[in-house]
Design a protein around this ligand. Sequence first.
Ligand SMILES: Cc1cc2nc3c(=O)[nH]c(=O)nc-3n(C[C@H](O)[C@H](O)[C@H](O)COP(=O)(O)OP(=O)(O)OC[C@H]3O[C@@H](n4cnc5c(N)ncnc54)[C@H](O)[C@@H]3O)c2cc1C
Length: 478
Amino acid sequence: MYDIVIIGAGVSGCSIARELSRYRAEICVVEKCEDVCCGTSKANSAIVHAGFDAAAGSLMAKLNVRGNEMMEPLSRELDFLFRRNGSLVTALRGEDRPSLTELYRNGLANGVKGMRILDREELRAMEPNVAPEAVAALYAPTGGIVCPFGLTIALAENACTNGVEFRFNTEVKNLRPVKGGWELSTSKGPLAAKYIVNAAGVYADIFNNLVSGVKIHITPRRGDYCLLDKSTGGFVRHTVFQLPGKYGKGVLVSPTVHGNTIIGPTAFDISDREGNNTTAEGLQELIGKAGRMVKNLPIRQVITSFAGLRAHEDRHEFIIGEAPDAPGFINCAGIESPGLTSSPAIGEMVANLLRGKLELQPNPDFNGVRKGVLDPGRLSREEYEQLIREKPEYGNLICRCEMITEGEILDAIHRPLGARSLDGVKRRTRAGMGRCQAGFCTPRTMEILARELGIPQPEITKCGGASNLIVGANKDVL
Ligand SMILES: Cc1cc2nc3c(=O)[nH]c(=O)nc-3n(C[C@H](O)[C@H](O)[C@H](O)COP(=O)(O)OP(=O)(O)OC[C@H]3O[C@@H](n4cnc5c(N)ncnc54)[C@H](O)[C@@H]3O)c2cc1C
């Protein structure tokens, strides 16, 4: 019997796993997909929110501000990309000023540091492409941007090297209390645990409602995005928001840590928990909204669009803690935005709770430092030439758009919880993330995956399951 089974390898589950790996315990993360970061954690705005908009006094506000503080030291410890670029909430009309002031006061109540309200001139000087109509903005210097894949994968890898087990392609189907804990029925057979952590994203209400009479209700709330080519890098330097509305923080225009520009998200309540397709109406809506916040939006530079699903709980609050009528069942539910920002603090909170309950002792072998995939782009020319002499695979360019070499792909495959699919490689190295969207590198990455994993190319998938790219030889198909 495990001490703890965590359902879901999104950023919440992986952060909890990493924090728990500080202690001596038998821990397992169970994930229905083939890799970490396959749910909401892979499709969001990637903003590290300052924390001015969550309701003062809420758990969401507390964990947002704490998570924001933790992100920078964590990025150094775990070697993922994070930048404190600051955020601006713009008021486009004079009558919006009171709402900005209200947001500012809410931020103060939440403990957000360094905020200021900027007038038109100061705003224009900081962000020349902001809409000419903008009359003022709330500036929050603690706002930041992060690589969501980098963060989630780093947490998971570090948890794994510190002893946490991960089971992929394993769907939890049912739960039932047994003596001393819980039995989980999964697609790969039963598992037993003293404690369960429910970090199942948009599915978390289903697990809670299986075991507890205190019901929760999650609505998948879809957000559509457009990602712009790196040639737009510097179009905005800060994350530019509109004023938050009934459905959340609204549309933003932001740089990404990799130098692209992102615009989005929309907000549509839907019923399909897998419904992360974009729609023409959604994309039109977001382009219109973004175009009102900034001038000369370089919309012809869109290289891809995507959508993510917020796990919106009816009370719009994080639900973290033991279900009152199901001892041993710990919820981490309703983790919508700012869940990515809050993830380090969510991990800390849940690990503290379980440390107390299980009387966990420190893991003497815990090592919190992790090195990411080596990026030759960060080396000097001399260092890079030396690297190629020692490891010629770093001289073999596989992805021309993002300049990713075979060496980086080999690193991504052979590290702890290494890549097993094209998307696994993409999320760890960025091969396929660029302008041609994997048109050039797909066959070459498939060859490397097949060779390194010792499997035939037809078994290589885009993202696990039945997403194989090769379905047969041309002549057989004809
Ligand atoms: C449009 C949008 C924009 C956002 N923008 C931001 C932002 O800028 N900043 C920010 O801080 N936050 C943002 N968020 C919120 C943030 O992305 C989420 O809060 C966070 O990613 C949630 O992580 P999670 O681990 O709780 O859920 P997920 O990442 O969804 O992980 C849950 C995991 O559970 C697995 N699972 C589900 N059911 C089962 C089962 N039966 N068995 C096994 N595994 C199962 C899933 O496959 C999944 O991998 C945004 C969200 C959206 C949708």
